[in-house]
Design a protein around this ligand. Structure first.
Ligand SMILES: NC(=O)c1ccc[n+]([C@@H]2O[C@H](COP(=O)([O-])OP(=O)(O)OC[C@H]3O[C@@H](n4cnc5c(N)ncnc54)[C@H](O)[C@@H]3O)[C@@H](O)[C@H]2O)c1
Ligand SMILES: CC(C)[C@H](C(=O)O)[C@@H](O)C(=O)O
Ligand SMILES: [Mg+2]
Length: 370
C-alpha cells in the first residue's frame, strides 16, 4: 500500500479540538482499512508565533509543501491582537495559500435535511440546499500591492489595499467553476462589482470569454455581488455554483454558512493546479470557520466542518470516493439521529460535546464501511 502523507496544522482556539476528531478517523482508517496515512504535525497561527515568533516556520512550510495534503484547523484569537501585522496568526494561513498556490477554494454549503430547522431562514427556503461557492484564493485585495498605512503628516493617516486581478487568474478559477458545474447542476453564477470596480469589469469579461470558448454547454449567469448576497438570503436554492473573487467569496461563504445551520458545518478544499507531470494537485483542507475564541477550551465546538473537510481531502487528494461518501453519509446519519452540538441544537435533540460528536460520526462511519 502506497503511503499517503498528511500534514496536520491544528492551529489555535477550537482548531486542536476539532482536529482531534479527524485524527481518530485517520487512526481508524489506518488500523481497519489499511489506508496508509502517514501523519506529521506542525504549528500555525498564534501557537506558532508563541513558539518561534512567526505565524508559520519555514520548516513547517517545507513540510506542508512536501505533503500530499495539508489539514488545517483554525488560527487567531484576541491574545494575539497586538502582535505585528506581518506575523499575526492569519498571516500563516495566507502564506500557506499563497506559497502553495492554492488558487481554488471550494466551499460547499449543504443543508442537511435534519438541520433545516437550525438555519436562520425558514426551513422551506433551505431544505435540500446544495450550493458550491468557488472562491478565488490567491489574488485580489488580499495580496495586491501596495498594502500600506502611511502618515500624511497632518494628523491624518491613509490606508491602502489594492485589488488586482490578471486575466490568467480569472480564467483558471472560472474553468474550475465550469468544470465542477458540469458534475452537478450545470449552472454557474459569477459575482463581481463591475458597476464600481475595474477588476469587476475584467472579471466579467474573462468569465464570459472563458464560457464562450470552452464551456458554452454550462448555463452562465452574472450578478452584482451585493445583489448576490441579497439573493443568497432571499432564495438560496436558485444557485448551483457561484464563482467569485477572494474578498466577496470570504463574505458570501460566511453568509451561506448560516443557511446550513452553523458556521461549524462548512468545510472547504483549497486546491492548486494539477502538476503537468504527475497530475497531482497541492491541497489544503480547512473549515470555513475560525478559532471561535468564545467557545474554545469548553469542549463544545462542532467538529463537523473539520471532519467534512477531511472527507473532501479523501475525495480530491486521494480519490477515495467510497470512503468520502461514507464519511459524509455518517455525518448525515448522526444528524438524523438527533445528535447535536450546541450550535445546531434543536428541541428534542440530544446535546453532545465535540468528542461525543466525533465518536458518533466515527461509529457510523465504521458501520457504513463494514
Ligand atoms: N480559517 C481560519 O483559521 C479562520 C477563519 C475565520 C476567522 N478566523 C479567525 O478566528 C478568530 C475569531 O474570528 P470570528 O469570531 O470572527 O469567527 P469564528 O468563525 O471563529 O466564530 C464566529 C462565531 O461562530 C461560532 N463558531 C465558529 N466555528 C464553530 C464551530 N466549529 N462550532 C460551534 N460554533 C462555531 C463561534 O463560536 C462564534 O460565535 C479571528 O482571529 C479570525 O481572524 C480564522
Ligand atoms: C482568517 C482569514 C484570513 C480567512 C480569510 O479571510 O480568508 C477566513 O476568514 C476564511 O474565510 O478562510
Ligand atoms: Mg472567512
Amino acid at each position: 500500500m502506497a503511503q499517503r502523507t498528511l500534514f496536520l496544522l491544528p492551529g489555535d482556539g477550537i482548531g486542536p479540538e476539532t482536529m482531534g476528531e479527524v485524527r481518530k478517523i485517520i487512526d481508524y482508517m489506518n488500523a481497519e482499512q489499511d489506508a496508509g496515512f502517514v501523519t506529521d504535525e506542525g504549528l500555525v497561527g498564534g501557537s506558532a508565533y508563541d513558539a518561534h515568533g512567526a505565524s508559520i516556520s519555514d520548516a513547517d512550510m517545507a513540510k506542508a509543501t512536501d505533503a500530499d495534503a495539508v489539514l488545517f484547523g483554525a488560527v487567531g484569537g484576541p491574545q494575539w491582537d497586538a502582535v505585528p501585522y506581518d506575523v499575526r496568526p492569519e498571516a500563516g494561513l495566507l502564506r500557506l495559500r499563497k506559497d502553495l498556490e492554492l488558487f481554488a477554494n471550494l466551499r460547499p454549503a449543504i443543508c442537511y435535511p435534519a438541520l433545516a430547522q437550525a438555519s436562520s431562514l425558514k426551513p422551506e427556503l433551505v431544505e435540500g440546499l446544495d450550493i458550491l461557492i468557488v472562491r478565488e484564493l490567491t489574488g485580489g485585495v488580499y495580496f495586491g500591492e501596495p498594502k500600506t498605512i502611511t502618515d500624511l503628516g497632518n494628523g491624518q493617516k491613509r490606508a491602502i489595499d489594492t485589488q488586482v486581478y490578471d486575466t490568467y487568474e480569472i480564467e483558471r478559477i472560472a474553468a474550475v467553476a465550469f468544470e465542477l458545474a458540469r458534475t452537478r447542476g450545470n449552472t454557474v453564477c459569477s459575482m463581481e462589482k463591475r458597476n464600481v470596480m475595474k477588476s469587476g469589469v475584467l472579471w466579467n469579461q474573462v468569465v464570459t470569454e472563458t464560457h464562450k470558448a470552452q464551456y458554452s454547454d454550462v448555463k452562465l449567469e452574472h450578478m452584482l455581488a451585493d445583489a448576490g448576497g441579497m439573493q443568497l438570503v432571499r432564495a438560496p436554492k436558485q444557485f448551483d455554483v457561484i464563482v467569485t473573487d477572494n474578498l466577496f467569496g470570504d463574505m458570501l461563504s460566511d453568509v451561506a454558512a448560516m443557511l446550513t445551520g452553523s458556521l461549524g458545518m462548512l468545510p472547504s478544499a483549497s486546491l492548486g493546479a494539477p502538476d503537468p507531470k504527475t497530475g497531482k494537485r497541492k491541497a489544503m483542507y480547512e473549515p470555513v470557520h475560525g478559532s471561535a475564541p468564545d467557545i474554545a477550551g469548553k469542549g463544545i465546538a462542532n467538529p463537523i466542518a473539520m471532519i467534512a473537510s477531511f472527507a473532501m481531502c479523501l475525495r480530491y487528494s486521494f480519490n477515495m470516493i467510497e470512503e468520502a461518501n461514507n464519511l459524509e453519509k455518517a455525518i448525515a446519519n448522526v444528524l438524523d439521529k438527533g445528535i447535536r452540538t450546541a450550535d445546531i441544537m434543536a428541541d428534542g435533540a440530544t446535546r453532545v460535546g465535540t468528542t461525543q460528536m466525533g465518536d458518533a460520526i466515527l461509529a457510523e462511519f465504521s458501520a457504513l464501511s463494514a
